[in-house]
Ligand binder design. Sequence first.
Ligand code: BG6
Length: 463
Amino acid sequence: MKEIIFPEGFIWGTTTSSYQIEGAWNEDGKGESLWDYVCHNLGIVANGDTGDVACDHYHRYREDVALMKKMGLTAYRFSMSWPRIFPTGRGKINPKGVEFYDNLVNELIKYNIEPVVTLYHWDLPLPLQNIGGWTSREVVDAYVEYAKFLFDHFGDRVKKWITFNEPQIFTVLYYSLGFFEEGVAGGFQASHLVNVAHARAVQAYRKCEYSDGIIGITLNLGTVYPKTDSDLDKQAMHILDSLNNQWYLDPVLKGFYPNEILTALRQKFEISFPEEDLSLLKSVLPLDFLGINNYSCSRVGVSKPEDLSDILSFLESHVQGIMAGEEKEEGRKYSELGWEVCPEGFYDLLIRIDKDYNHVLTYITENGIACKDNKIEDGIVQDEDRISYLQRYLEAANRAIANGVNLRGYFIWSFMDNFEWHHGYSKRFGLIRIDFETQERIWKKSAQWYREVINTNGFGMET
Ligand code: BG6
């Protein structure tokens, strides 16, 4: 048995997001969000599920915070719903929406659970999508107004802020999948405007009355490995790494974009990255912290040099491969979603970020696994597979810390089962099971295990 112990003061949390858990989609003055629209109109979600009710957290937040307390969490990361606060995106505030988050934040603080707030986890107010979404500078202005309101109103109690959750997903990925007519070029342009919005929010936070906390951004990142040792596969690895990791890391931590991709984009599209934006990105450095979401790693290979001649087509075919379900390799383990269980990739990622980005302060803002969760004994879900995954990832994190990585906290996705975007309710990531018929909250073995981890600041692992 190996004892894995974390440094004193290490933060132990869980994560959720507004659209995925709150429900109450049209109650108390909340405006419509992009995801309300997607679920009600596009028919792309499994079983026609919607977030209309989700975990009914809007009405049950007290019960949920009490469960967090029982679990011993020292922090809870959640997102605020922009259209609950500004129903049309800007202008008039909805006092009932503000009251909900006041109550939630106060309830957390009452139990000594630190609120960690994400400003944006994909539920854009619909009227803002209708004026161009993240390809519009007007939306950036509206976001900054929303951010300022949150800092001024909640900043006395919230001391850790995350400007955006996983820009890659709601920009390049959504656009490459054809959700919006601007296509892949629009996706890259949107990812730049999100960085501009991020930098302006950081500026605003540093100028606000309660600027004694810290502000960062959460990126979805993962190590890319070549499928074989061939030069071609190594080249593919390098390109995919720039597209999936560096394109998002460099602008928020270094203030520039990887040249290779910028050149490829400029050759193909009318796309604008004005100098003054780049100066703005630089002006907020160093960023206070980086949030890392990691679930898996990728393995990439191509059969002929032409497959790499156009970086953007390469990206599109890679995205299609992911959506179709990547091929599984023998001898490797995969989650319910077909994602490889890859703790070594997690370790390599942490080491690499620490080295390439000047020992930046990091938190793992999401890590977890979807499991079948179909064995319930004595009223407890027997999810040993989840415990084993979490142990292996935490062991890797612990090794990274021992090797000097500046990692100070870990948040599991997710506190409870919830609306998993296009999978609807068919995939379960929670430590707490939700019976979506009755809204009953049921403990899983992993939640009991995590309580022990928090209690002892570590765990024992069979070697
Ligand atoms: C992360 C998101 O990408 O992964 C979460 O920040 C999401 O919101 C989680 O729920 C699991 O992924 P998916 O695609 O199964 O919902």
